[in-house]
Write a protein that binds this ligand. Structure first.
Ligand code: SF4
Length: 438
């Protein structure tokens, strides 16, 4: 639909433009830090603690985001080859190998140069994080800090604030954060200032509140953004600018854009006939084509588990209590990282909720060769989902980095057949979903 004329028209598309601008700005700052040999913190998307790192003036480097960018820019194979020639096995996480190659190339990436780490901080959300950080520890002799976040023991057993079990877990995380703070003081040379932390947490609150609202607004018909493509841009900002005023302002604007689109019936460029959910990590080596295989047939991704786990659980919109910053930081990290893990390991309830909330017609499961954390068990997860709900689903495999295991023709074949199934099912009166409410 053509947007109505008027002063608000410039709103549409702003999130993608501003996201690209912020991304360039972020990399320019990393390049300056690299040139000046300033200390940086290497962190991961599931529990980055970006708000805490800012308190110590530490630029944050997300190796996962750097690696996926090499795939989006179609040069991942060059990086994978360098790491494999160096001795890394073809079947380990492609993100790790691209990062190893980038380190061997002096931090050089297609988007610019990244600084060396002064510290690596990671959670237990992915077991690869542990071994990955050990590589930097050996390369640079830096301290690495593991934040052990208690995960969900079984579906539906999560505890929440005020429950004694939750309080035990929260105190366990808080004790670790209190050990991390002096370590960050040491590597950065900056004294901990609780008021700076409060300020960064306030920006993270604004971002989290807005991120949750943006995801909710995709219940609109047509969907106001594509969770696979547009969503990946929003994710980049959510990670790179967590705790920063620019991130808070970006997401405030994004809510305005999505609310405007929803109110005016403006969707994505896709002629939306099917509303889909995506499970897993996108196929970045052919990212645009992968998305087109769905959009050309009228499929729009209205939601994904990726937007939840790769934002470190920010989708929940948890807001810190600024009156007790460190205690509340522990609470938010526990709730967020636990939710990120739930979106990988206990995703059936999440998907059932999304099916209803977003009015989805089908689910696409996309396990990938080189990320076992996200992919292991997806076949069982699909079976559990189908036992709970009669909903069309597609199971396709490829990779998020390695184009050698991506077969475009095979993917297309399976995707086309899935859409034929959707058409037949609708013709037979199945999979009729109630209209979603914006
Ligand atoms: S194994 Fe998967 S979740 Fe873990 S670092 Fe690699 S891509 Fe990320």
């Amino acid at each position: 639909m053509t947007p109505p004329a008027g002063p608000a028209t410039g709103i549409v598309g702003r999130g993608n433009d501003d996201g690209a601008r912020l991304f360039r700005q972020w990399f320019a700052q990393l390049g300056e830090a690299a040139d000046a040999d300033r200390p940086s913190a290497y962190v991961f998307v599931m529990g980055s603690l970006g708000e805490l790192m800012r308190t110590f003036d530490l630029p944050v480097v997300f190796p996962e985001i750097n690696s996926l960018q090499t795939a989006v820019r179609r040069v991942a194979h060059e990086y994978l080859n360098v790491a494999e020639d160096y001795g890394y096995s073809p079947d380990i996480c492609g993100y790790v190998k691209a990062d190893v190659a980038a380190q061997l190339r002096g931090g050089q990436l297609p988007m610019g140069r990244i600084p060396k780490p002064a510290i690596a901080v990671y959670t237990n959300a992915c077991n690869t994080y542990v071994k990955w950080a050990e590589i930097w520890e050996r390369m640079y002799g830096i301290p690495v800090f593991t934040l052990d976040v208690p995960g969900t023991r079984a579906d539906g057993t999560q505890t929440w604030p005020c429950d004694p079990d939750f309080e035990h877990d929260r105190r366990y995380v808080e004790a670790q954060l209190r050990e991390l703070i002096p370590l960050l003081e040491k590597v950065s040379g900056v004294r901990f200032d609780v008021d700076r932390l409060r300020e960064a947490m306030g920006h993270a609150n604004t971002m989290g509140r807005a991120w949750k609202r943006v995801l909710e607004l995709n219940a609109s018909r047509p969907a106001v953004f594509n969770a696979l493509t547009d969503g990946t841009i929003y994710l980049g900002v959510a990670n790179g600018f967590r705790g920063a005023p620019e991130g808070a302002a970006y997401f405030t604007d994004l809510v305005e854009e999505m609310a405007y689109k929803s109110a005016h019936g403006i969707g994505t460029p896709t002629d939306e006939r099917w509303r889909l959910l995506f499970v897993g990590v996108p196929c970045y080596p052919i990212f645009r084509r992968f998305s087109e295989m769905f959009t050309e047939l009228g499929g729009t991704f209205v939601g994904s588990t990726y937007l939840n786990f790769a934002s470190g659980g920010a989708n929940l919109g948890y807001e810190y209590d600024l009156a007790r910053p460190v205690e509340s930081l522990a609470e938010g990290v526990l709730i967020g990282v636990r939710d990120a893990m739930d979106n990988m390991f206990h995703q059936t309830p999440v998907l059932l909720g999304m099916l209803d909330q977003l009015g989805a017609d089908g689910i696409v499961y996309h396990p990938i060769k080189s990320c076992r954390t996200v992919s292991t068990g997806l076949a069982d997860s699909r079976r559990a989902l189908l036992a709970a709900r009669d909903v069309p689903s597609l199971f396709i495999e490829s990779d998020m980095m390695d184009r050698r295991v991506v077969s475009e023709a095979q993917l297309k074949n399976r995707i086309d057949a899935f859409f034929e199934g959707l058409v037949s099912r609708r013709a037979l009166g199945g999979a009729a979903r109630p209209p979603a409410q914006a």
